[in-house]
Design a binder for this molecule. Structure first.
Ligand code: NAD
Length: 479
């Protein structure tokens, strides 16, 4: 499928007519082209956005809410088409695209369509001064949204929905590796009656198209999800222009298992938290720490279950593990597996490329479990972002807490225990923006989402996202 930019409500090729090949991860073949947009396209997108701002911010909340909810309904109605497109573009199992990615994209619009109707500001009476203060929450203006390839439409819409709900106009760029569902979203927005120019979707590489967004002096806020190195670069470019920034970055999340947990539930969920989406979710629990008393049992049971995961073409309903997103990414993950061997890690299962019949050039890899000799080795410290987890035992709460926090990242952590006091102690001390206890990736869109340390700056989700996409202005009136 060939992709075009969506600017001012219309599909158009890039001004410089430069294109990038789009590969299908399941078979390694080129199946379309996408624009590699330049500064000129970003300028056109900006002009389109500017032409409808502040008009869009002056529409009633009811009107904005209705359009967002209409977009969510249209996504629901097109679930199958979008799920097939997402699975083909990204390599993820169709079952995941159908039950997680696309429903969540629809929920993002529904949620923020409703949330904006409840987004209240504050007022304070200055008693003794005969004055009243009230706080306005004004949209920023034209904002930039940049998203990664792992949950393409899910994360793209996670930014766009609150931005437009709050009255901003948007210049957005999805990942060049997975552009298709963002392209299809343009059609849906037009059909839902979103005024032209409110959302402009520009495709292209990070260092050309993305760079033009972050360097644009009049794009006043950037919401970015992606790698930590890219986030640091964006922060550097944005700082002299005092842009507002929300950075959702990498992770290397601990999954801490105590002997007193509900074992079967933990085992089932740990397989999922390790390998869902081929381990390419920023929230995956890639470092598994198991209390020594159940370590050997866990090791045997976990490996047995992982070996049963079905690797196959993403379009097959019974596939558990699809293809990795790209050839360079597959190679990077394989390098980490080799590194593990050099670091005295033991590969308990997996570790090899998989040849799927009829799709020999697809980017398939066995789900891989590595028993590490020390928590300080690189495979245990660096984000691999593939179907690879490390496991090791621990003896005490202090010992595991120290290891869990001894990485540069701090996105999420998972804890398995039935001990309430330990739950509280650990949850409060884990360096992470999100802690799950006896579950994983249970998301309530009202809750704050984001990381600490190298996992990011700022919070999205619920009213946090609406706060990010607005400026608070206090008005003080003496009466
Ligand atoms: P990436 O940083 O390479 O790219 C992300 C986006 O940024 C892409 O659209 C890319 O084109 C763009 N980009 C790259 N260089 C840019 C530049 N100079 N200026 C502007 N934009 C630029 O990340 P990726 O490989 O697409 O995604 C994987 C990473 O994303 C992993 O590290 C993962 O942990 C992280 N991630 C984080 C979260 C979270 O919520 N914290 C969620 C999903 C993924």
């Amino acid at each position: 499928m060939n992709v075009q930019n969506y600017i001012n409500g219309k599909f158009s090729p890039p001004v410089n007519d430069a294109w990038i090949d789009n590969y299908c991860p399941a078979n390694g073949k080129i199946y379309g082209q996408i624009p590699n947009s330049s500064k000129d396209d970003i300028e056109n997108a900006y002009i389109a956005a500017k032409s409808v701002f502040p008009l869009w911010s002056q529409t009633t909340i009811d009107e904005r809410s209705k359009i967002l909810i209409k977009i969510s309904e249209l996504l629901d109605a097109n679930l199958q088409r979008f799920a097939e497109a997402e699975s083909k573009d990204n390599g993820k199992p169709i079952s995941l695209a159908k039950t997680v990615d696309i429903p969540r994209a629809a929920s993002n619009f529904r949620f923020f369509g409703n949330a904006i109707t409840q987004f209240a500001s504050e007022s304070h009476e200055s008693v003794g001064h005969d004055a009243i203060n009230y706080t306005l929450r004004q949209p920023i203006g034209i904002v930039g949204c940049i998203s990664p390839w792992n949950l393409p439409l899910y994360l793209f819409t996670w930014k766009i929905a609150p931005a437009i709900a709050a009255g901003n106009c948007v210049v957005a760029k999805p990942s060049e590796i997975t552009p298709v569902t963002a392209y299809l979203l343009g059609e849906i927005c037009t059909e839902a009656g979103l005024p032209k120019g409110v959302l402009n979707i520009v495709h292209g590489l990070g260092n050309t198209t993305g760079q033009a967004i972050i360097e644009h002096p009049d794009i006043k806020a950037i919401s970015f999800t992606g790698g930590t190195a890219t986030g640091a670069h964006i922060a550097k470019v944005a700082a002299p222009m005092f842009k507002k920034l929300s950075l959702e970055l990498g992770g290397k999340n601990p999954n801490i298992i105590f002997a007193d947990c509900d074992y079967d539930d933990m085992l089932e969920t740990t397989v999922r938290s390790s390998f869902a989406n081929q381990g390419q979710i920023c929230l995956c629990g890639s470092r598994i720490f198991v209390e020594a008393a159940i370590y050997e049992k866990f090791k045997t049971d976990f490996v047995e279950k992982v070996k049963k995961l079905k690797i196959g073409h993403p379009s097959k309903e019974d596939t558990n593990i699809g293809a990795l997103v790209s050839k360079p990414h597959l190679e990077k993950v394989l390098q980490y597996i080799n590194m593990a061997k050099k670091e005295n890690g033991t590969i308990l299962c997996g570790g090899n490329k998989v040849i799927v019949t009829d799709y020999e050039d697809g980017y398939y890899l066995e789900p891989t479990v590595i028993e590490v000799a020390t928590d300080e080795c690189r495979v245990n410290q660096e984000e691999i972002f593939g179907p690879v987890v490390t496991i090791m035992p621990f003896n005490t709460e202090d010992n595991v807490l120290q290891m869990a926090n001894k990485v540069k990242y701090g996105l999420s952590a998972t804890l398995w225990t039935n001990n309430l006091k330990r739950t509280m102690r650990m949850s409060h001390q884990l360096q992470a923006g999100i802690v799950w206890v006896n579950t994983w990736m249970l998301r309530d869109l009202r809750t704050p989402f984001g990381g600490v340390k190298a996992s990011g700056v700022g919070r999205e989700g619920g009213f946090e996202a609406l706060r990010f996409f607005t400026e608070a202005k206090n008005v003080c009136i003496k009466y």
